[in-house]
Design a binder for this molecule. Structure first.
Ligand SMILES: Cc1cc2nc3c(=O)[nH]c(=O)nc-3n(C[C@H](O)[C@H](O)[C@H](O)COP(=O)(O)O)c2cc1C
Ligand SMILES: CCCCC(=O)C(=O)O
Length: 360
């Protein structure tokens, strides 16, 4: 049957299978670090549940013989509007670390954002994909020299993603209980080649404010600047006022402040403000190709995955990306969307508590 992509592994047919596979392979300390989050995991669960609250409304009798999933990010064509969110320390899951993840992004033609806390150098990771758009995630650290040193190491990156949801780390009970620590032979080469782990300067500058930081970054970088971790309409307005290039609606995959709303609901609130003024992307909770289509229908131009990629490190990141692409193509064909730009709000309804479907 045409739908059955021969290259997919019968043991791993969906991202949930990939999660199960990774979860049995990883030691508990790293499995819990990847899979869990802070406190009661309320936001982590709601990120996923939110996608189920929105229902797809297929349009009939559309010729879907040819489906075009291609899209664009930072002015570069990608095979579909999905990228890899920055996730720290890929070597915990695979000896090749971010180089392996980057290879998968390159093989499937999608974008990748590298974490400042990568366990491979940015140069080694970006060398894997000359055609795909890379970005680098940054935090403003107490020692601004290290922040700038990071910018200088940007290699082939086209954008900086400034994380704005981690003034401190969320209270992750698993990390306390498991006494989480890095293996002694593992480091963060992009940060520590310029400093020592014992220096106070490598920690987040919790006093950072955007009015001062963005002009300073603009003076020191010619890359696009995106904010990652925006959760409120007034912060979207601030980002527009400061002339930022893009915003990722993100709650860090429910890993920072427990109790914040699901990103899909925040997207719905913020998209009308952002549309036409600033690029708008989303991450947190994406586990299926149909989830991508729902975010696009709510006016995101791009989606990112965190855990789905790190789970992939156990069995094949490329496999995980191909699963999501296949599911997106099937969703588009069955919903009557021939191209990404066809996916609009007419394809979604919300099921209200009274059982009636409401249009967006
Ligand atoms: C293991 C792990 C490490 C992460 N490390 C970073 C990081 O270094 N910097 C950052 O901005 N976000 C980090 N994140 C958050 C991701 O960029 C992303 O927002 C989140 O994973 C998206 O949710 P999802 O995992 O449900 O797809 C991390 C997430 C995970 C799961
Ligand atoms: C010190 C690395 C922090 C990575 C991070 O942001 C996360 O685990 O969510």
């Amino acid at each position: 049957m045409a739908n059955r992509a021969e290259e997919l592994d019968p043991d791993v047919c969906c991202i949930d299978d990939l999660k199960s596979r990774a979860s049995v392979q990883l030691p508990q300390m790293y499995r819990d670090y990847y899979n869990e989050g802070p406190m009661d995991l309320l936001t982590l669960r709601d990120n996923e549940a939110a996608f189920d609250r929105y229902k797809i409304r297929p349009k009939i009798l559309v010729d879907v013989n040819y489906i075009d999933t291609s899209s664009e990010l930072f002015g570069t064509k990608v095979s579909f509007p999905l990228g890899l969110s920055p996730t720290a320390m890929h070597k915990l899951a695979h000896p090749d670390g971010e180089v392996a993840t980057s290879r998968a992004a390159a093989a499937t033609g999608i974008s990748m954002v590298l974490s400042s806390y990568s366990t491979c150098s940015i140069e080694d990771a970006t060398a894997q994909g000359l055609e795909i758009p890379y970005a680098m995630q940054m935090c403003v650290l107490k020692d601004r020299k290290i922040t700038l040193h990071l910018e200088a190491r940007r290699g082939g990156c086209k954008a900086l993603f400034l994380s704005v949801d981690n003034a401190v780390l969320g209270k992750r009970l698993n990390e306390f209980r498991n006494k989480f620590e890095l293996p002694v032979d593992m480091t963060w080469p992009n940060i520590l080649s310029h400093s020592s782990v014992h220096s106070d300067g490598v920690y987040y500058d919790a006093g950072m404010n955007l009015e001062e930081t963005i002009p300073w970054l603009r003076d020191n970088s010619n890359l696009q600047i995106w904010l990652k971790g925006v959760n409120r309409a007034d912060d979207v307005q601030l980002a527009i006022k400061l002339g930022l290039d893009g915003i990722v609606i993100s709650n860090h995959g429910g890993r920072q402040l427990d109790g914040v709303p699901a990103t899909l609901d925040v997207l719905r609130e913020c998209a009308p403000i952002a549309t036409g003024k600033v690029h708008l992307a989303i991450d947190s909770g994406i586990r299926r190709g149909s989830d991508i289509s729902k975010a696009l229908a709510l006016d995101a131009s791009h989606c990112f995955i965190g855990r789905a990629a790190v789970w992939g490190l156990a069995k094949g990141v490329e496999l995980g990306i191909k699963i999501l692409l296949q599911e997106l193509r099937i969703t588009m064909a069955l919903a009557g969307c021939r191209s990404i730009k066809d996916i609009d709000s007419s394809f979604l309804s919300v099921l209200q508590p009274n059982g009636i479907l409401a249009k967006l």
